[in-house]
Write a protein that binds this ligand. Structure first.
Ligand code: BES
Ligand code: ZN
Length: 625
């Protein structure tokens, strides 16, 4: 059975691949940027590519090392002489071919600080097509994908924890692979961990600890390598619905299951919008606070920060977001990181549709307006003429992380909303459903989407839309939908009046609080901030979004001295980049570089490399000015 499935998927992947290749031929040369020309991968998939991975790994917490073998099933063109993989921050012990494990002479290229080292494996002529390429390797302790958390950095404080973060180009630091989002693979894994720990992956998962520390996984649907993920620690499982559940450290499990009780509803709502969920189960794991993101959409198992455990379910839109990626991103994937808005813009739009269906338009409008303001700030920060404010990016030679701005997320979602308004919701929903259905398990470019859009929506209904301006021009087009929220208008009035009187906050959600804090007048005095703080205990809020907004306002309005203990404790107790960057930036902007440096020195070891590197860069650049 397993073998038939594997073969079936190999065939499907090959078909998908052929479809992509054919589509490419019909296009103008400048749009030929699909699977074969990813500027962030060394691989040459048209010559030879890995289609299936069998991974065997041992997790060594003592040396912060993964050790094992990646066995690749390879599909090669008749005249291919080698297969090329991406690697970075790892040691390759040996490479062999086939079950006989015949050694082959591999070569490793020069280290590129961003892309790593190319691994070239010659394909011997006598190789049978079924022969796997076996790469024996060890990761380095500094491998950027790997978050090795000491026991003190976990909730239970007894056992260490490991999680991986593959997106965008970090999977190559823990698995030798062809690390491009334009390529899809199936995988199995056998992972051996120390006794008493559980391993989970972006695959079919255990719900209980094994007696011997050995766990087996299978991911039958083809996924791009950035979605391969692993977490190991003192992990337990609790079901919240027939197809949904939560993994967390035992001390957090009940709290997490309560917070995310709506997961099953979200799943059925999402299916009602854009078609069946194709991945089997949908679970979520709450990671230690060192996780650098809010959430990561690893298939079947979203990875999430514990900072969304607000105790009042106020931050669950993040779950809707990561769930939505099961369609936009995981089912239909951006072919290169230049097309990142296809992943994130679609997902933000979809997330809002789920939130609207479950919690109503009023609530969703507030979220949208908060994020619209963030988009305006982002455009001001990047500069309205900056090429980085275009939806279609050009990230060749740069870290794809630089494309992770509100442009992809919010301008992307606004573009789709504009299209929705142009076509009407009913037509647009049918169009999106068809888009997902026709492109499932493939990777697509911006140009693929635009062609599909013209044919299946604009031309079909004879509609006009300034599509090229939205996608290829910088800034925000004049017909950008501006979200409105009555509740926020009232909050703004209260914020303006906050110099004279305390706000009437009855019935406020945490979103209203965040909006209030962000809209306090620039000239508000530290004394007045202190009065607000005393009245509403803002510095002690358990809502991480509100705390981050409040602390930033406090720093920028001269109220730092009073909130310094809370600021230090926040910055040293979690590593989520969305919170770290604005707060360190506010410190730098207000001449508090020394304080920023001393907090960073204490916190650094508990941050994941993704966050530590971003903060370090910020502080270094500030030091040079
Ligand atoms: N896929 C992203 C996270 C990501 C993007 C990691 C690019 C690495 C490179 C994830 O879906 C995401 O967008 N997370 C957001 C939360 C979301 C609710 C906007 C985050 O972590 O802040
Ligand atoms: Zn996302």
């Amino acid at each position: 059975m397993k073998n038939t499935m594997t073969k079936l998927f190999a065939v499907l992947t090959l078909m998908a691949f052929t479809v992509l290749a054919c589509q490419q031929e019909q296009k103008a040369p400048e749009t030929e940027k699909t699977a074969t020309s990813d500027p962030h991968s060394f691989s040459r998939p048209s010559e030879a590519r890995g289609t299936h991975l069998d991974l065997e790994l041992y997790v060594h917490f003592d040396r912060k090392e993964l050790e094992g073998v990646a066995r690749w099933t390879v599909e090669a063109a008749a005249d291919a002489t080698e297969i090329v993989f991406d690697t970075r921050q790892m040691h390759i012990d040996r490479v062999t071919v086939g079950e006989a494990e015949n050694p082959v002479d591999f070569t490793l290229g020069e280290e590129d600080p961003l892309l790593g080292q190319v691994l070239r494996v010659p394909l011997p002529e006598y190789r049978k097509p079924s022969d796997k390429i076996n790469i024996y390797y060890r990761t380095l302790p500094e491998a950027a994908a790997l978050g090795w958390m000491e026991p003190e950095m976990t909730a239970g404080k007894k056992l260490p924890f490991l999680f991986t973060q593959g997106q965008a180009i970090l999977t190559r630091t823990w698995i030798p692979c062809q690390d491009s989002p334009g390529l899809r693979i199936t995988y199995t894994a056998q992972v051996t961990v120390p006794g008493g720990m559980m391993a989970v992956m972006s695959a079919e998962n255990p719900q209980e600890k094994s007696g011997d520390g050995v766990y087996s996984f299978r991911m039958e649907q083809p996924i791009p390598p950035y979605l391969i993920a692993l977490a190991v620690g003192d992990i337990a499982f609790k079901s919240v619905g027939p197809r949904t559940g939560v993994y967390a450290e035992p001390v957090l499990l009940d709290k997490a299951a309560w917070e995310f009780a709506d997961m099953e509803n979200m799943l059925t709502t999402a299916e009602g919008l854009y078609g069946p969920y194709d991945w089997g189960r949908y679970d979520l794991i709450v990671l230690p606070p060192g996780f650098p993101f809010g959430g990561m959409e690893n298939p079947r198992l979203t990875f999430a920060t514990p900072t969304i455990l607000a105790g009042d379910r106020s931050l669950v839109s993040l779950v809707a977001h990561e769930l939505a990626h099961s369609w936009s991103g995981n089912l239909v994937t951006n072919a290169t990181w230049n097309d990142f808005w296809l992943n994130e813009g679609f997902t933000v739009y979809f997330e809002r549709r789920i939130m609207e269906a479950l919690y109503g338009l009023d609530y969703t409008n507030m979220l949208e307006l908060l994020e619209y303001r963030e988009l305006l700030d982002e455009i001001e920060y990047l500069g309205p003429e900056s090429p980085d404010t275009r939806l279609k990016l050009d990230l060749a030679g740069r870290d794809p992380d630089e494309g992770m701005t509100d442009i992809a997320y919010q301008k992307g979602a606004a573009f789709l909303k504009m299209l929705e308004q142009t076509a009407g919701r009913e037509r647009f929903d049918a169009f999106l459903k068809a888009w997902f259905d026709k492109h499932k398990f493939t990777s697509v470019t911006t140009e693929d989407f635009l062609a599909f859009l013209r044919e299946n929506l604009l031309d079909k209904y004879q509609l006009e839309a300034n599509v090229d301006e939205w996608v290829y021009q910088p800034g925000l087009p004049g017909n950008c939908p501006v979200p409105e929220s009555d509740r926020f208008s009232k909050v703004e009035a209260q914020a303006r009046a906050a110099m004279e009187k305390l706000p009437d906050t009855s019935g406020w959600t945490s979103h209203e609080w965040v909006h209030f804090v962000r809209n306090l007048p620039k000239e508000i005095s530290p004394q007045r901030l202190q009065e607000l703080d005393r009245a509403f205990q803002l510095s002690n809020t358990g809502n991480s979004e509100l705390l981050a907004a409040w602390l930033e306002t406090a720093i920028r309005r001269g109220y730092l001295a009073e909130v310094q203990p809370q600021l230090e404790s926040f910055l040293t107790s979690m590593g989520r980049r969305r919170f770290l960057m604005p707060l360190y930036t506010a410190l730098v902007d207000t001449g508090e570089l020394d304080l920023a440096r001393s907090i960073f020195a204490k916190a650094k070891d508990s941050y994941h490399a993704v966050s530590a590197n971003s903060v370090e860069k910020l502080l270094d650049e500030a030091g040079q000015q």
